[in-house]
Design a protein around this ligand. Structure first.
Ligand SMILES: C[S@@+](CC[C@H](N)C(=O)[O-])C[C@H]1O[C@@H](n2cnc3c(N)ncnc32)[C@H](O)[C@@H]1O
Length: 248
């Protein structure tokens, strides 16, 4: 019975994708899922399977405003990093890194360090295991760091220049994160990139960060928006400082 329900759910998702994305994109998305499955098998890691919010092992209060774990796909992400051509030696942070998929792929692109912030202890353990297996096989020089933390408690470090978000949380938490980013830019003026996958709150990023360039990508049926912020944004942001809990 449960298996039948799962099958009909998959079929529903497939037809919904056909309607939303069209035949070619649906085909590419399906291929991308297959590639990711094989990617995990090849590297003996686990990034593929989704984890529902209730299984993350975080407090009810923290779950408010969060989204479940589902991974970014390998093929579109590699294409995106290639297209961006970010300078070697950059430091990337994935806000809500889940099982660490983005960190693994970023390590193929000469990042000096990749940092994942994740509030689920279960996912942090899986990410740590995935990263150490991947590093051992790939022999990359990239340093992997996983922080077991709510993004609201993560202190943005001033050597960080590429920030990744796969729609991990709601606008209220995003606003707090952007505020912290602006504070970091005030401490050390620099160019940063914000890569936003499934950018439901893109308007908020544009409003708060005053980007010098906004680029839209659709890669293998997956949407990304990349914001380049060249300098400290205009000073009308300080009025929106949130309290430290960041939640109402
Ligand atoms: C859609 S998944 C993306 C995972 C990963 N970034 C990727 O692209 O493969 C979102 C992740 O954000 C995490 N998350 C949600 N809210 C968070 C918060 N406030 N602090 C830290 N992590 C959070 C979830 O546990 C989940 O793993």
């Amino acid at each position: 019975m449960a298996r039948k329900a799962a099958h009909s759910n998959k079929a529903y998702k497939f037809f919904r994708s056909l309607k939303r994305r069209g035949t070619l994109r649906t085909f590419l998305v399906t291929l991308s899922y297959c590639y990711d499955y094989l990617f995990d098998m090849k590297h003996k890691i686990d990034t593929y399977s989704f984890v529902e919010l209730d299984a993350l092992g975080v407090d009810e209060a923290k779950k408010k405003g969060a989204l479940m774990y589902q991974p970014t796909h390998v093929i579109p992400l590699r294409k995106l990093f290639r297209a961006l051509g970010i300078q070697p030696g950059a430091v990337l942070v994935d806000f809500g890194c889940g099982k660490g998929k983005v960190l693994l792929i970023a390590s193929e692109f000469a990042f000096k360090e990749v940092r994942g912030v994740e509030f689920s202890p279960l996912l942090c353990d899986i990410a740590t295991d995935n990263c150490s297996k991947y590093k051992a096989r790939s022999k990359t020089n990239t340093v992997f760091s996983i922080f077991l933390s709510d993004v609201l408690d993560y202190g943005i470090q001033d050597d960080e220049d590429v920030f990744y978000l796969y729609n991990p949380f709601d606008a209220h938490i995003l606003e707090h994160v952007l505020q912290n980013l602006l504070a970091s830019l005030e401490r050390r003026e620099r160019k940063i990139w914000i890569i936003y996958r499934y950018a439901v709150d893109r308007g908020l990023v544009e409003e708060k960060m005053n980007p010098s360039k906004v680029s839209d990508f659709n890669l293998w049926g997956f949407d990304f928006v990349v914001f380049e912020v060249e300098q400290r944004a205009a000073p009308n942001h300080s009025s929106a400082v949130l309290n430290n809990s960041g939640r109402t």
